[in-house]
Design a protein around this ligand. Structure first.
Ligand code: DQQ
Length: 589
């Protein structure tokens, strides 16, 4: 077997407190280490999972160096930010945290390598480019997902609304393109938008940004042509379009991505938010504006601003939704400056047209993130069938545009996640893959009572599976924690600067290495690191290290993560989904 297993879509990993081990009513309940092999496909050993622990003072193995590749020229035509997505190889977004860019294109990819990269159970169109998830909704028994889609190539451009439907958020039926750029007000693309299902009729309406024939940004309305069609295959653009123009003082190119509407307290009107930015007086502020409408055709700007955060730049794909039965509201913005999604929890006062974060130090754009991997332009929707809020996010590519073109597709959507306010902390959301993912499990294996000594690395034989859904739980030796507590408090730990998976501390890193080759030269490490923070308290960090995920040199390889709250008595549990679509037929590009 060729030990080279290039990995472009890092496995989705969830921290114990950012997600449940799955399927439990208590989303923090501890589980034993189990692996669920989803697909037995060939005689090859495709997936190697290794439990690793690297504790201070133990075992062999040298320190690794974090490799963060800088982007080079991809040879692609420059598109620029006015194109709606930052240019893939622009360099601006390819910080040490990486994220969706390209390298020097010098790596000699072969078809055999590229064919491994398509995923098994993440949503992807059959081919070509995809970016933001748009207007997810539930209608007449079907989940609908629209998405920014280029039907003509594997790079951003020629944007339309791709469309797919599913009964279970896991198995998808691809439908014809729903919205084309066929009017002056969306001639450069029907860009991102949201759906609102009207309770009076049960029929959805869509508001989306049109990039006009002069590239200015306006908001447009589309309604189902035939509401009796559960698949909502045809959409009619309103004669009144554009229904909202950029207001005075707002840049023509900085006004996009309307949210789902929420009902106003007056009982008759609706409110929506739209993202923009304010670059006046060096504010460089991200801003969310609010509009009121009764009929989705005529709108008035509500005086004031829902929220602004100085220094965060253009807010794309704003999302705004209640949690905890409306006691709190989540405000999310996708920051065009760093292409990351940030959220904060706060209180909404409709009368004052104001949302105020609970913790000003963790405001939108400076505090919490949904995800530390490639995850952008996310959008949530309320699922009335299962009474839950479901979150989608765009997972961009980590390698070069040239490689995308060669294989004929780019991007996927992350597994849809259920999100809730963490009732125990009240300070963060908990997220976990929708329970329907568990219906993909075909068999399972348990590995229990594995003792990990300092420096040890123990292979877990999952056979020839290419798709696995792993739940792991770790217990730390009490003596190690006691020793840590008596040590001098340090400056804390940071996943990105902490030396990655091979830099040893007193309690960590320990976790799983997935998609390793048999010699464990390639692996993607997903790990915990427990450290004593500057305040003397224990802090648990949850990180992943892609620096050895592939031998290819044209990939951005990130070492990222964040602190997660672990309350007394809670286990260190992790859920990892690995989704390789293995097909034996040889394909050519
Ligand atoms: N992508 C869309 C825009 C949005 C951006 C264009 C976010 O509407 O602001 O494809 O990725």
């Amino acid at each position: 077997m060729d030990p080279f297993l290039p990995l472009r879509h890092w496995p989705e990993a969830s921290s114990p407190l950012l997600s449940s081990p799955g399927g439990s009513s208590d989303h923090r309940s501890p589980r034993r280490l189990r692996l669920h092999a989803l697909l037995l496909s060939s005689a090859l050993t495709l997936l190697v999972v290794v439990v690793v622990v690297v504790l201070g003072g133990g075992g062999g193995g040298g320190h690794e160096t974090i490799t963060t590749l800088r982007p080079g020229s991809s040879g692609a035509v420059s598109r620029g930010r006015e194109a709606g997505v930052s240019e893939k190889s622009s360099g601006g977004r390819l910080s040490a945290e990486g994220g969706g860019g390209g390298g020097d294109d010098s790596f000699q990819w072969t078809n055999d390598m590229l064919r491994w990269q398509r995923t098994g159970f993440h949503f992807q169109p059959l081919n070509n480019w995809m970016n933001d998830p748009n207007a997810p909704l539930y209608y007449k028994g079907w989940y609908h997902l629209f998405y920014q889609y280029n039907p003509s190539g594997a790079v951003w451009g020629n944007i339309t609304w791709g469309h797919a439907v599913s009964r279970d958020l896991v198995r998808w039926l691809h439908l014809p393109v729903a919205l084309f750029p066929d009017r002056w007000y969306d001639a450069h693309g029907p860009w991102s938008g949201s759906a609102t299902v009207l309770p009076s009729s049960g029929i959805p309406v869509i508001l989306y940004t049109g990039s006009t024939n002069s590239s200015s940004q306006v908001q447009n309305l589309a309604v189902p042509t035939d509401p009796s069609d559960p698949l909502l295959r045809r959409w009619s653009k309103a004669a009144a379009n554009p229904v909202i123009l950029p207001p005075a003082g707002v840049g023509l190119y900085d006004f996009r991505d309307p949210t789902t509407a929420w009902p106003a307290v007056d009982g008759g009107s609706w409110l929506i938010a739209i993202g923009t930015k304010d670059d006046s007086a060096a504010a460089h502020a991200g801003v969310a504006l609010v509009y009121r409408t009764v009929d989705f055709v005529k709108y008035e700007l509500v005086p004031g601003e829902l929220h602004r955060v100085v220094g965060t730049g253009m807010w794309e794909c704003v999302d705004f939704y209640p949690v905890s039965e409306g006691a709190k509201h989540v405000l999310k913005a996708s920051l065009d400056d760093d292409r990351r999604d940030y959220y904060a929890i706060g209180s909404y006062d409709e009368g004052r047209n104001e949302w105020v974060p609970d913790d000003a130090a963790a405001d939108v754009g400076v505090g919490l993130r949904y995800d530390w991997g490639n995850f952008y332009a996310s959008k949530s929707f309320y699922d009335p069938a299962k009474r839950r809020r479901v979150l989608w996010g765009w997972v961009g590519e980590a390698d070069s545009e040239a490689a995308d073109v060669r294989k004929g597709w780019a991007s996927l959507q992350g597994i849809p996640r259920t999100v809730e306010l963490d009732a125990k902390t009240g300070r963060n959301l908990v997220q976990w893959p929708v329970e329907e993912v568990e219906s993909l499990r075909m068999s399972s294996q348990k590995f229990e009572n594995i003792k990990l000594l300092p420096g040890s690395s123990i292979p877990l034989d999952v056979g020839p599976a290419t798709q696995v859904d792993m739940e792991g739980e770790f217990e730390i030796d009490a003596a190690a924690i006691a020793a840590l507590m008596t040590a001098t408090a340090g400056a804390g730990y940071n996943c990105s600067t902490g030396g990655g998976a091979a830099a040893r501390g007193a309690v960590g890193p320990f976790g799983l290495a997935v998609l390793a080759d048999e010699a464990v030269l390639e692996k993607t490490a997903v790990y915990f690191y427990v450290a004593r923070a500057a305040d003397g308290q224990l802090a648990t960090h949850f990180c992943h290290d892609e620096s050895r995920s592939s031998r290819a040199n044209d990939i951005v390889k990130s070492v990222v993560g964040s602190e997660v709250v672990v309350l007394p008595g809670e286990a260190l549990s992790v859920r990892i989904l690995v989704s390789i679509f293995y097909y034996s037929a040889r394909i050519s590009f």
